[in-house]
Design a protein around this ligand. Structure first.
Ligand code: MTE
Ligand code: MO
Length: 423
């Protein structure tokens, strides 16, 4: 019933909005069911008769075995090796705004490095008064802050440029996670090293096999960047850059260097392969967009969606999803059930924080007729999430990166959802 591997679909259907009959009304009836004989009530269950496991059984806890399907997944045909690859956050299984550590998508260029923190150092050098090297213990002596931010890979939804491809929000939108970081404002460290007046750029380098580097303009480094060592309260996961990673709020994930070991101050950007070829957007006319750092406002409905069909039939449905913007807070999210003929204001619930995921809900009474579901995010700058066709008019279809177009799910009479595009 649900597709778990995100395999390529050769012909995703295109839908004409005019051909669709509206399938729902916006007022959800309170849920109620008449009592009837139910073995879950009338029979004594095993867990009610036997002792449970003791407090020493799971020193580091894990989810219930019944949640074993809630995992990151990769798409095998997407990349040649799993060391230089990506897996995807199961967005359709999550709620609220925080991504649990074990479910944060991973993107590595040379595998996940397992670093002994006692042998890890952070060096700051280049155009500074005083080059510095820190041990992890020394970093713990700096004042620290807590911030919740999303990280989205610039390639998120990249497979969708040419048309609806992958069947599930895990695969179309799962190159994102939203985490509370504990760390040191980068400006504290740079102030201690003393950036020279001509120090306008920062090169950040990772200690993994890919030795990944990215140039970051100094204004951003001194604004809200952090050097983080904790995520959601515990040490960074190995996959997320243990013991140290750079946090670049609102900007593309590629710049968030993991296993951070070196920061070099310079007077111009370094022309690294990653920046000059891979992480630029090729436009319709063959020209490239460079320095497209900020992730524009975007949203997706996570339920219902292809991996999360409506299984309860006609009746109350809780539609939910997430929205985010690299420019600040999300001001409003609209949803439509009929492919854009009627838009409804969704209900935001949970903390509304700048450059963090926002959770939205829209409860409706489903009459069992087909639906064309879409969400549209509006951020605090007034920017409105564009349709995919609006994006293609400007950017063509040769891009991989920065696709923040509106996603459409078609839901049929059985409640099965499919990735489609409408025109
Ligand atoms: N050192 C290092 N940092 C890295 C990478 C890498 O391969 N090596 N991948 C980058 C890319 S492209 C992204 S999208 C994010 C992914 O972060 P995550 O693995 O926590 O999801 O890390 C970035 N930082
Ligand atoms: Mo990325």
């Amino acid at each position: 019933m649900t597709e778990q591997n995100g395999g390529p679909k050769t012909s995703r259907r295109k839908f004409l909005t005019s051909a669709l009959i509206a399938g729902g009304s916006a007022a959800a009836a309170p849920f109620a069911r008449a009592a009837s004989p139910d073995p879950a009530i009338t029979e004594i269950q095993p867990w009610n008769q036997e002792l449970g496991f003791g407090v020493d059984a799971r020193p580091y806890g894990r989810p219930s075995d019944y949640e074993a399907h809630v995992v990151r997944r990769n798409v095998e045909w997407l990349t040649a090796s799993t060391e230089s690859s990506v897996n995807f956050t199961p967005l359709h299984e999550l709620d609220g705004i925080i991504t649990p550590n074990g479910l944060c998508f991973e993107r590595h260029h040379g595998g996940a490095a397992e670093i002994d923190p006692s042998k890890h150092r952070l060096m700051i050098h280049g155009l500074v008064e005083k080059p510095l090297v820190f041990t992890m213990e020394e970093l713990m002596q700096f004042p620290r802050i807590n911030r919740i931010y999303f990280l989205e890979c610039a390639a998120n939804s990249g497979m969708e440029w040419k048309g609806a491809q992958l069947n599930g929000c895990q695969f179309t939108h799962g190159m994102i996670h939203n985490v509370m970081y504990t760390g040191i404002p980068l400006k504290y460290l740079l102030e201690q090293a003393g950036v020279k007046p001509n120090g306008k750029w920062l090169l950040a380098e990772g200690a993994d096999a890919s030795g990944m580097t990215r140039s970051i303009p100094m204004f951003k480094a001194l604004d809200d960047c952090m050097v983080a060592f904790k995520m959601n309260g515990e040490a960074l996961r190995v996959e997320q850059g243990y013991p140290l990673r750079l946090i670049v709020p609102g900007w593309e994930g590629n710049m968030w260097i993991k296993w951070l070991r070196r920061l070099e101050v310079g007077d111009e950007p370094w022309h690294h392969r990653e920046e000059t070829s891979k992480y630029t957007d090729l436009m319709a006319d063959g020209r490239a967009r460079r320095f497209t750092w900020v992730m524009d406002a975007k949203s997706v409905i996570t339920n219902p969606s292809p991996q999360a069909p409506i299984i309860t039939g006609p009746g109350p449905v809780v539609l939910t999803g997430v929205a985010w913007s690299g420019h600040g807070k999300i001001k409003r999210v609209d949803v439509t059930l009929d492919g854009g003929k009627n838009w409804h204001k969704a209900r935001l619930s949970g903390p509304s924080l700048s450059k963090s995921m926002h959770r939205f809900y829209f409860e409706f009474e489903w009459d069992g007729r087909p639906l064309l579901l879409q969400s549209r995010a509006i951020d605090e700058t007034g920017y409105v999430q564009p349709t995919k066709d609006e994006l293609r008019k400007i950017r063509g279809v040769n891009s991989i990166y920065h696709n923040n177009g509106i996603q459409t799910w078609y839901v049929n009479e059985q409640g099965i959802a499919e990735n489609v595009e409408i025109s």
